[in-house]
Design a protein around this ligand. Structure first.
Ligand code: MRU
Length: 356
């Protein structure tokens, strides 16, 4: 895929954040330009931008916009006042989506800039926040390329790979994590075929992953989520690769709802199940999977499809957006610093400390 074909889910242009509205894909490629941090918070909540690394990047850019607004529009020059206003913005972003740890990791990086540069005036500080957000963006692109580089070794020529949700360029600064591995193997000349899980209820698979694979000319077919076991049993799937929203220090993985079901099926059929994510997705402060907050979204995403009610009027519905796959179901975790194998508690720690 040439660079012009690379989807750009988020960009920073002249003090504005430009977001590719993923709710409207694949039928329309519409970009929203956001000048206020509140618009970026809404874009994350409503899933105009989604995917763990992309959410973190959006929050960083949103905070940078917020800092500029405090200085330029509100005219605040006093450092303590500036910090107080910024604290409120940090809190708003932190409450936008709870599961993806990359969001909190990016907020912490922005907080660190403020804490470490007490000598700076507010103008300098707000410039530095823009630079930090840009760094987070650029580092993510690089880390996706690294994940691809390490992960492609696990993909054999002729492999038929199942993926769930969208862990592609749209969910990151570009290139993708799980899809980055698939792309790297394909770009190396391996013959690849991808089974794309539709991913109910938001359809990140059939709308977004299929859109990306088509642009990259990688052969694929879309299946509904409940077909995965059928194809595994028929011997048509060689491995599974998914992304992650948060990984505990022991290697349990929170990812899009339905990931756990696929991992159980993969175990039953002795098919390797891989997770691809940057090391920043590992939350070393969490040992126990129960500590991961699972977002429960509006039931209307289940009861309605494109605004049309598909359940009897008044039906109740549940809509947990993520589940946690226990580590014993995971064959390897592909990170931007190398491949972690069991026991993950030591291999993930080793990778975190590794300098590249
Ligand atoms: O609800 P979403 O679309 O934000 O969920 C996305 C996922 O679950 C992805 O698999 C995960 O964030 C990894 S993206 C590289």
């Amino acid at each position: 895929m040439n660079n012009d074909m690379e989807p750009k889910p988020i960009q920073w242009k002249n003090g504005e954040v430009i977001i590719l509205d993923q709710r409207r894909l694949p039928s329309e490629e519409v970009y929203i330009s956001t000048k206020r941090y509140q618009e970026v918070v809404m874009a994350i909540k409503d899933m105009a931008i989604r995917g763990a690394p992309a959410i973190g990047i959006a929050a960083a850019f949103g905070i940078a916009i917020g800092a500029k607004t405090i200085v330029e529009d509100m005219g605040i020059k006093d450092k303590d006042h500036f910090r107080m206003e910024l604290e409120m913005i940090f809190r708003e972003f932190a409450s936008s989506r709870p599961t993806a740890v990359n969001l909190f990791w990016a907020i912490d990086r922005m907080k660190d800039i403020v804490q470490k540069n007490t000598h700076m005036d507010v103008e300098e500080l707000s410039e530095l926040l823009v630079e930090e957000a840009m760094k987070i963006y650029e580092e993510d692109m690089l880390s996706c390329k690294r994940i691809g580089h390490f992960g492609k070794e696990l993909i054999g020529d002729g492999f038929r790979i199942l993926t769930h949700c969208n862990a592609g360029g749209l969910a990151t600064a570009g290139y993708g994590t799980a899809l980055g591995v698939i792309r790297a193997a394909f770009e190396e000349g391996k013959k690849i075929f991808v089974f794309v899980d539709e991913t109910r209820p938001f359809l990140q698979g059939s709308r977004l992953t299929a859109w990306e694979l088509k642009r990259a000319s990688i052969p694929f077919c879309v299946i509904t989520d409940n077909m995965a076991g059928y194809f595994m049993k028929k011997g048509e799937i060689d491995c599974i690769i998914v992304g992650a929203d948060r990984i505990t220090s022991y290697g349990d993985v929170a990812n899009k709802i339905g990931t756990y079901t696929i991992a159980v099926l993969a175990k039953a059929h002795r098919i390797p199940f891989y997770v691809a994510a940057p090391i920043s997705t590992v939350d070393f402060s969490k040992k126990n999977p129960e500590e991961i907050p699972i977002e429960e979204r509006d039931p209307s995403e289940v009861t309605h499809f494109m605004g049309i009610q598909i359940t009897p009027y008044g039906s109740r519905a549940r809509n947990p957006a993520f589940d946690v796959t226990p580590r014993w179901l995971i064959s390897a975790i592909i990170t931007d610093k190398g491949i972690a194998k069991r026991p993950y508690i030591s291999s993930l720690k080793r990778l975190r400390e590794k300098n590249l």
